[in-house]
Design a protein. Structure first.
Length: 292
C-alpha cells in the first residue's frame, strides 16, 4: 500500500497534480484566526498583496502539490498578470529559462544549462503551466559560485567582481540584517558560539537579498502582477530573510507568506510553535512519502 501511495504522489508531481490530493494529507490554517481555510481563501487574500512567499520543505510532496494548485488558481484569477519566482533557478540562468519558456530549447538543455535542482520533477508542473500560459518565471537566486565566495571570504570579496557578474546580484553593499534574523540563523547553526565567523551568515543574506531584489526589479517593470515566490521555509519565516530584503528594495510591496511543515500536530496545531511563522501555515502528514 505504501508503495502504491508513493507512486501516486510521484505521478501527481510529474503530470501537474491533475487529481485532487486527499484533504486528510494536509491542513491549511490562517494563523491570525487560528482556523482552517481553503486554498481559495489565500487566493482571495492576494487581492490586497503583490507577492505570496511559499516557504517549503524541499522534499515534501504534498507541499509541491499545493504550490502547483495555488499557482494555477492565481493564474486563473489574474490571467497574464501572474508570475512565478523561484529560489530553484539562479539569476545567471534567466536567459536559458526564458528560452525554454519561449519554446526555443529542449527540456534537456534547460536541465543542463540552467542547472536545475536534482528534484526538478517537483517543480516541472509549474514550469510547464507557465510555459503553456505564457507566464513569466523569475530566476531569483544568487549564483552559487558567488555565495560560496562570500562563505569563504566575506561580502567585501564581491567588490572584485566585474560589472556583468555584479548584475546577477543584489546591489552592493548587501544589508546583513542583525537582530532577530541573525539570532534565528545562529540558533540553527548550533548557537552563536558555533558560528565559525560572519561569512556564512553574510552568504545567507546575499541569497535572501538577491531573491528580494529579483522580485523588486520585476515588480518595478510589471505593475499589477501577482507573484508566487517559492523558497525554503527559513528564507521567509516570520517575514524575515527574503521578505525583509524585498521590503528594502520595494518598500510599498505588499506581502503574504506561507510556512509549510510536515508535522504530527497537523490536526491540532501547537499555536505557540506556529503562530508567528506566517500568515498561513500548511501542515502536512509526516507519514507520507518524501520526494527524495
Amino acid at each position: 500500500m505504501k508503495l502504491i501511495l508513493s507512486i501516486l504522489l510521484t505521478g501527481l508531481s510529474a503530470v501537474g497534480a491533475a487529481q485532487e490530493l486527499p484533504a486528510n494529507h494536509y491542513k491549511i490554517y490562517s494563523t491570525s484566526a487560528q482556523k482552517l481555510v481553503m486554498p481559495d481563501d489565500i487566493i482571495n487574500d492576494m487581492a490586497n498583496a503583490d507577492v505570496l512567499f511559499f516557504g517549503e520543505e524541499h522534499n515534501d510532496s504534498t507541499a509541491h502539490y499545493l504550490e502547483f494548485a495555488l499557482f494555477k488558481k492565481l493564474a486563473e484569477k489574474y490571467p497574464q498578470k501572474t508570475a512565478l519566482s523561484m529560489e530553484m533557478f539562479q539569476t545567471d540562468c534567466q536567459l536559458v529559462l526564458d528560452e525554454y519558456l519561449g519554446g526555443l530549447i529542449r527540456e534537456k538543455n534547460l536541465v543542463t544549462d540552467a542547472r536545475t535542482w536534482p528534484n526538478y520533477k517537483d517543480y516541472k508542473p509549474m514550469i510547464e503551466l507557465a510555459k503553456t500560459n505564457h507566464l513569466p518565471v523569475i530566476a531569483a537566486n544568487a549564483p552559487t559560485r558567488y555565495t560560496n565566495m562570500v562563505t569563504r571570504s566575506g561580502l567585501d570579496v564581491l567588490k572584485q567582481l566585474d560589472k556583468q557578474a555584479k548584475s546577477y546580484l543584489a546591489p552592493l553593499p548587501i544589508d546583513t540584517a542583525s537582530g532577530p534574523y541573525y539570532d534565528k540563523f545562529a540558533k540553527i547553526m548550533g548557537g552563536h558560539a558555533s558560528m565559525p565567523g560572519m561569512q556564512i551568515y553574510q552568504s545567507q543574506n546575499l541569497w535572501d537579498a538577491t531573491m528580494g531584489w529579483s522580485i523588486a526589479k520585476f515588480l518595478k517593470q510589471h505593475a499589477g502582477f501577482k507573484i508566487l515566490q517559492l523558497n525554503g521555509g527559513f528564507h521567509s519565516e516570520e517575514k524575515l530573510g527574503a521578505v525583509a530584503q524585498l521590503k528594502r528594495y520595494a518598500p510599498k510591496a505588499r506581502t503574504l507568506n506561507i510556512a509549510t511543515y510536515a508535522d504530527e500536530s497537523f490536526d491540532n496545531p501547537n499555536w505557540s510553535k506556529f503562530a508567528g511563522m506566517a500568515d498561513y501555515i500548511i501542515l502536512t502528514d509526516p507519514k507520507l512519502p518524501k520526494t527524495f
